[in-house]
Design a protein around this ligand. Structure first.
Ligand code: ADP
Ligand code: MG
Length: 575
């Protein structure tokens, strides 16, 4: 239960405000998150971390000398947008390149990936290292597909210490990969978290039971077993993780850093009781325990749960793990004194950018775009709860609020651009930036890409006839496939978009009126979206719970079909 909040919608923003006020010794607020408030004597590689909010001390609490240089802080459990990551990275950059590192989640991968491209375009060398420590999220043979949980701390700390030691970007990247390859985690939960304003928890665990292998966003567990005693849990953690020794680690004799992490509402005292047996079992297995940690390093709001992370360091990683650092939530040793940064925050430039010249024809289309986006936003306001429930079955439950936030911001940005004389193309591009910035998550990134592709086809000059709109929708569908790498049948929104685009192109190609063609394509999208109930998810957040999603349609496919219907109503009136 979250008890203390004002308007739940403002929670993340107000939390970040309070956090920066309380942590001014270490961090300063920048657009999109926080950056260090101080600078070392010599410039270093910048380590930029991030993710959704709700995991404190991840991510803002880990910014400071010896650890991260900046953190992009998304909304609750929603990845930060590409704009946020880009802005934080620019603020953190000291001229020696940027390492982006974060837990492996579809939405984060998409947004950080776009930010990396933009940084490279402006001449900032940028690399990415994903954290993939959660052993339950994919089998051993598929290490790269595992998601990141409390092992985040290890990779961030090692990368941050390497930067602090003066390593160049190649070397920071290399050692961060080694740290990730040598880190494994295992999580359990006894009860779900309840987001501010929500009336029920994201998931529940029956009394007397424990969920095994669940995610830190309320993604359901892999298995449910009887609640163990503290010793039994410790044994389970250690046995399973010893089964997962990274390559090159051999027992007896290997050195190991255990990190026992509380996920939100498990007490330190309970963790110590568990840790006592973890420590003993590791030693009995012949491991040499180095510098253990027991506490909260990556939480999931008020979720009752715990995870054990084991880092099996080589000499270099151990040295970097033990190096001093000083951040709001994690400190060790003494760091050298340093000067305060004086630059002002990086401003949000989206709104100020000049609007290019547009033809009268294109401005007429822009007005229809504005009306359509407003209709989408109204519809998503109504459907948000249902979409959220759908996403909760195998995902994290945020699809409704993500789409709501994204479409509202897009509608507002489009209206503003059109008011300033923008053509259809520019209006859609502004809407795209706003959607991906405020929507966050996988769907935010994807809707950003879709609106941008459509805008690219419509441009700011030509009127939009049925064929051009058909080509624009096809471009949208192609862009999502090449961006998100999903294929038809993976149980994503692609399964609604592709048949919709194909039908529309075919109908307008045969000389149909746009609104008639759209009506037929919409119907096809509706049934295609419903048909995803029979599919098993192979991509995105729902992947690790593939079978759980059987019987429920894909939320992204359903929201796409609903959007197509909402736009149809506008086309019927306007075209
Ligand atoms: P998140 O998964 O980050 O929580 P949302 O819940 O808002 O984001 O969106 C989930 C939806 O995103 C899924 O229902 C699916 O339709 C869509 N999705 C996930 N991965 C992909 C992908 N690779 N390509 C296209 N759509 C995807
Ligand atoms: Mg989701």
């Amino acid at each position: 239960m979250t008890r203390l909040f004002n308007d739940p919608e403002d929670f993340a923003e107000e939390m970040i405000d309070g956090f920066t006020l309380a942590s001014a010794r270490w961090v300063r607020a920048v657009a999109g998150g926080v950056a260090r408030a101080t600078r070392a004597a010599e410039p270093t590689v910048a380590v930029v971390i991030g993710g959704g909010s709700g995991h404190y001390p991840a991510f803002g609490g880990l910014v400071g000398p010896g650890l991260a240089h900046g953190a992009a802080m998304g909304n609750l459990f929603a990845s930060p947008s590409a704009q946020q990551v880009h802005s934080v990275a620019r603020a953190a950059d000291e001229g020696r390149g940027v390492l982006l590192t974060f837990g492996n989640y579809a939405g984060d991968v998409l947004h950080f990936g776009q930010a990396q491209e933009r940084l490279r375009e402006t001449g900032i060398d940028c690399r990415t290292v994903l954290v993939t420590d959660d052993i339950w999220s994919a089998p051993k043979e598929d290490l790269d597909r595992r998601r990141g949980i409390a092992g985040d701390l290890v990779v961030f700390k090692v990368a941050g210490a390497a930067a602090e030691a003066g390593y160049d970007l190649d070397e920071v990247e290399r050692v961060a990969r080694v740290a990730n390859a040598r880190t494994r985690s295992f999580g359990v939960a006894f009860g779900g978290c309840t987001l501010p304003g929500a009336t029920e928890p994201l998931f529940t665990v029956p009394e007397g039971k424990m969920a095994v292998g669940l995610g830190i966003h309320g993604e359901p567990g892999i298995d449910e077993i009887d609640l163990p005693s503290a010793d039994e849990l410790a044994r389970m953690f250690v046995e399973k993780l010893l089964d997962e020794l990274p390559d090159g680690v051999e027992l007896p004799g290997a050195r190991v850093v255990p990190i026992l992490n509380g996920l939100g509402s498990v007490k330190y005292e309970e963790l110590f009781v568990v840790y006592r047996t973890v420590h003993r079992l590791l030693e009995e297995a012949g491991a040499v325990v180095v510098d253990p940690e027991v506490g909260e390093f990556c939480t999931s709001f008020d979720m009752a749960g715990a995870s054990l992370t084991l880092l099996w360091p080589d000499d270099e990683v151990e040295r970097l793990w033990l190096a001093p650092c000083d951040t709001p939530a994690y400190r060790r040793g003494a760091v050298s004194p340093r000067a305060a940064v004086s630059e002002a925050s990086v401003a949000d430039e989206l709104d100020e950018a000049p609007i290019g010249v547009a033809s009268e024809d294109s401005r007429v289309v822009a007005a229809i775009v504005v009306t359509a986006l407003a209709a989408m936003a109204r519809m998503l306001d109504e459907q948000a709860d249902d979409l959220g429930r759908m996403d909760r079955v195998a995902g994290d439950g945020d699809h409704g609020i993500g789409m709501q936030r994204g479409s509202r911001a897009a509608a507002a940005a489009a209206a503003k651009a059109a008011e300033r004389g923008a053509g259809a193309g520019t209006t859609l591009v502004r809407a795209s930036d706003a959607w991906s910035d405020k929507g966050g998550g996988t769907s935010g990134a994807i809707w950003g890409v879709m609106l941008r592709a459509l805008g690219g086809t419509l441009g700011d000059d030509a009127p939009a006839d049925a064929l051009t709109v058909g080509a624009g929708i096809k471009a949208m569908s192609d862009a999502v496939m090449s961006f998100g790498k999903a294929k038809p049948g993976d149980k994503t929104m692609i399964d609604a978009i592709v048949p919709f685009a194909d039908a529309l192109v075919q109908r307008v190609g045969a000389g149909g009126r746009l609104s008639d063609a759209w009506a037929e394509a919409s119907e096809i999208a509706d049934s295609a979206a419903q048909a995803t109930s029979h599919m098993t998810a192979r991509l995105g957040r729902a992947r690790s719970h593939g079978d759980k999603s059987l019987g429920t349609p894909d939320p992204g496919a359903v929201s796409f079909a609903l959007i197509a219907d909402a736009v149809l109503e506008v086309l019927k009136k306007e075209v």
